[in-house]
Design a binder for this molecule. Structure first.
Ligand code: NDP
Length: 332
């Protein structure tokens, strides 16, 4: 018999999450039975901490539920011939060290995954955040070669891929991030213009200096004040992909305008919110494209790895504070 450890939401977050909002639980797992539904025992190897957990905790969870989330897991025991012991899969089973599955909710890593490539990338560049960048840029921003693309939270899981895919697509890329180390990293991986939004005197001036002609595409991960300033620097017929609003997730009192209608009308902008799940039926296409670029070295990946399952709340809180460069993951 296996005892799994799992992190539960003890108390709904009020403002910025605190470690006391979480509870570490022990869950006894039943033994696998021949012929039963529960045919696989898995252990989590890497777990993802993502911004969406903050707003979704309020939308879909109740206090006491196990925290939602995705892991790369290894099959430890199998009574299902489709899954061999030792194989790695991606599962959406929340913050748990072990779990039991009938196999229907598991996704095998792409068969062309090279042995030398860290499997944790299936939670980042070659996973949901990479797909968000891919579909957001191609389908929502509809970027074209020669255009200028702006992305914020640029050194994070989604943003770092957005910038690199825009470069592959022949665009000029402007990114911003919250530390000088992040700025240096973004320059190293090929962003054309980068600035630290926390230290510039004027966001408006920094955006104007980075692209005096304005922006064709804006991939917005942040929302709030940044988006309100950036929208005024869009070019006519510009496209804004509203991907995330991390600057608002921890607000107890909703922020107020400025409002978007005037620039939207006079610049004839398109602004579209999206969830990456819209393209679940094209997941394979996206993952294959991302994997190819990573293997060819055209897309670079950085991960912020926190060691130890017991540190999951800290890793989550650290990511919300901006402590991560690239994708924040926890190694069990
Ligand atoms: P990141 O890896 O980018 O981590 C979050 C980053 O956000 C931090 O590192 C920090 O970077 C930045 N940040 C935190 N607070 C603020 C703030 N108040 N103002 C500006 N920046 C802030 O996360 P992801 O790449 O996973 O996600 C990025 C965004 O994309 C999030 O908003 C997320 O919700 C959204 N998303 C949306 C999806 C969809 O389907 N629509 C799917 C996946 C993600 P810094 O140091 O630069 O401040």
């Amino acid at each position: 018999m296996v005892i799994a450890k799992a992190w539960a939401l003890k108390k709904h977050f009020d403002g910025f999450p605190k470690t006391s909002d979480f509870d570490l639980k022990k869950i006894e797992l039943p033994n696998l039975k021949d012929g039963g539904e529960q045919k696989l025992l898995l252990e989590s190897v890497f777990l993802s901490v993502d911004p969406y957990m903050r707003p979704y905790s309020r939308r879909i969870m109740k206090e006491g539920d196990i925290m939602i989330g995705t892991q790369v897991a290894r099959i430890v025991e199998s009574k299902n011939p489709a899954f061999t012991v030792g194989a790695f899969v991606v599962a959406d089973r929340g913050w748990r060290t072990h779990f039991i599955s009938d196999g229907k909710d598991l996704r095998l890593l792409p068969s062309s995954w090279p042995e030398s490539l860290p499997k944790s990338l299936a939670l980042g560049t070659v996973g949901m955040p990479g797909l968000t960048a891919y579909f957001g840029l191609l389908e929502v921003c509809k970027m074209k070669p020669g255009e200028t693309v702006l992305v914020n939270a640029a050194a994070g899981a989604v943003g770092s891929v957005v910038g690199q895919l825009a470069k592959i697509g022949g665009c000029k890329v402007v990114g911003c991030a919250g530390s000088d180390d992040k700025v240096a990293y973004l320059k190293k991986i090929g962003f054309d213009e980068v600035f630290n939004y926390k230290t510039v005197k004027s966001l408006d001036e920094a955006l104007r200096k980075a692209s005096p002609d304005g922006y064709d595409c804006f991939f917005d991960n942040v929302g709030g004040e940044f988006a309100s300033v950036a929208i005024n620097q869009m070019k006519k017929y510009g496209r804004i992909a509203v991907c995330g609003a991390i600057s608002q997730y921890n607000d107890s009192v909703p922020q107020k305008g400025p409002y978007v209608q005037m620039p939207m009308i006079f610049k004839e902008l398109q602004m579209e919110g999206f969830l990456v799940s819209r393209w679940n039926n094209r997941r394979e296409e996206g993952l294959q494209a991302l994997l190819k670029w990573v293997v060819e070295g055209k897309v670079k990946c950085h991960e912020q790895v926190t060691e130890g399952f017991e540190n999951m709340p800290m890793a989550f809180i650290g990511m919300l504070k901006g402590e991560n460069l690239g994708k924040a993951v926890v190694k069990v």
